[in-house]
Design a protein around this ligand. Structure first.
Ligand code: PMP
Length: 462
């Protein structure tokens, strides 16, 4: 496509390397330029309005124009726009935010380490786990277990932990010491007639067999998102975490809850760990921590982990890890204000109030001819399409049906994200019932257009 010379689109194609993008296709299609946002809506540079059905990247919990967050940033810019937290230096925003986070933890926790992104927070967790086991003299206890289709980010360690081929292919990861166990998706992975509970039992047995095969004294930690987000909004089967944690406890393996998507009310409780009975040793959060207005993430550890790490840092002279921007004062001030808004506006109760309506809306698509499964929890959901829903026959991946549906929804004024043939919904937490109606009406228009198109091509069975 020819771009107007010197237009933003032409300059984007000329200069910007975009994340998660087919570069060749980008040179053809150019960018979609988003200009401004308001509440749950964003506007492109032609003025067209879209519902942000994904809260950006599962993240803009308070919508796109919070005056309070803007003011919090401005106030901190006026006082101290930057200072670091290395080697005993501190500032109030990071102290206040750490205290606030510890007060909200789903299980007793001890200390908070700040990073800039979800990926970095997971890398920090992995490095702390290795340091911890070295401190305990368990030099071989280093393997980290993730799950197939789990998502933990894209830095070297985090992408190794991530269980998606698209994040491994071409990059020479996963690194050594990262292994992956089953994806807990009952709908697509259960045996015929297998209940959710029996499926969970089988997955826990598979995990235990993997640990025994690898050698329990070589396995350090298990990372899990309460609900797998970027893997397609996979809600774990009943009894899953109870059974998994029994196995982990038996072999002294740490549990890390990656709450980067699920934290701060998304699943209907403050933490996904509460919704699913997880008792993590380490909790990782980001995204809604600052409503994504500024980059900040946290790795939060319990005393069991902290005590040996503390001792080793004394013996080694220092814990040799930290980012220039760890606990950046403006980011921390905005995050603290975000958490205050969650408290003052009773965001958890708000999500609990609106979630049944949202879930009913998601499930209203279950009888659509294209839809195999409609699933979700809290304000998180997905619709998975199938070529033949009766026999659970998927479309060929190369047909790109999921992305086509997401694109058609975008044409209908709704931003969504396709994960293969699952289309994810993760709207800002401030969404109202009438906006939920508006969102699902736009989605239905897109889905029906996709069905028409697939029927014309002879691809849809129904
Ligand atoms: N963990 C989870 C569960 C995530 O969903 C993501 C991002 N989608 C990450 C980690 C990585 O976060 P970031 O993109 O900020 O590095």
């Amino acid at each position: 496509m020819p771009f107007q010379p010197n237009s933003p689109a032409a300059r984007d194609v000329a200069y910007v390397l975009h994340p998660y993008t087919n570069f060749e296709a980008h040179e053809e299609k150019g960018p979609m330029i988003i200009e401004r946002g308001e509440g749950i809506y964003v506007y492109d540079d032609s003025g067209k309005k879209y519902i942000e059905g994904m809260a950006g990247l599962w993240s803009t919990s308070l919508g796109f124009n919070s005056e309070r967050l803007k003011q919090a940033a401005m106030k901190q810019f006026d006082t101290l726009p930057y200072y670091h937290t290395f080697a005993h230096k501190a500032h109030l925003p990071s102290i206040d935010l750490a205290e606030k986070l510890i007060s909200k933890m789903p299980v007793p926790m001890s200390k908070v380490f700040f990073n800039n992104s979800g990926s970095e927070a997971n890398d920090t967790a992995i490095k702390i786990i290795w340091y911890y086991n070295n401190a305990l003299g368990r030099h071989h206890k280093k393997k980290i277990i993730g799950r197939m289709n789990g998502y933990h980010g894209i830095t070297l360690a985090a992408s190794s932990l991530t269980g998606r081929t698209m994040n491994h292919r071409g990059f020479d990861v996963p690194l050594a010491n990262f292994i992956h166990t089953d994806e807990p998706h009952h709908y697509s992975k259960c045996n015929p007639g297998e209940s959710e509970e029996d499926f969970a039992t089988r997955l826990a047995e598979n995990l235990e067999n993997m640990i025994i095969e690898e050698g329990p004294d070589t396995v350090a930690a298990f990372f899990a998102e309460p609900v797998m987000g970027a893997g397609g909004v996979i809600v774990p089967p009943k009894t899953y975490f109870e059974k998994i944690q029994k196995v982990l406890n038996k072999y002294d393996i740490l549990l890390v809850a990656d709450e980067v998507i699920c934290g701060f009310g998304r699943t209907g409780n403050y933490w996904g760990s509460e919704t699913f009975g997880m008792k993590p040793d380490i909790l990782v959060c980001a995204k809604a921590l600052s409503s994504s207005y500024l980059p900040i993430s946290a790795t939060i550890i319990n005393d069991k982990v902290y005590e040996p790490v503390k001792k080793a840092s004394a013996e080694l002279g220092a814990f040799g890890h930290g980012y220039t921007y760890s606990g950046h004062p403006v980011c921390a001030a905005v995050a603290l204000e975000t958490m205050k808004i969650y408290d003052e506006e009773n965001i958890i109760e708000k999500v609990q109030g609106v979630a049944p309506y949202f879930q009913k809306g998601i499930r209203s698509f279950a009888d659509h001819p294209l839809v195999g499964e409609a699933r979700g929890v809290g304000l998180l959901g997905a619709i998975q399409v199938m070529q033949d829903k009766e026999s659970k026959k998927p479309f060929e991946a190369s047909a790109g049906v999921g992305p086509m549906i997401a694109n058609l929804a975008t044409e209908e004024g709704l931003m969504l994200r396709a994960v293969g043939d699952s289309i994810a919904f993760c709207p800002p937490l401030i969404i109202t019932e009438s906006q939920i109606d508006e969102m699902f009406a736009a989605f239905r228009r897109g889905l029906d257009r996709a069905l028409d198109h697939l029927r014309k091509e002879g691809q849809a069975v129904a």
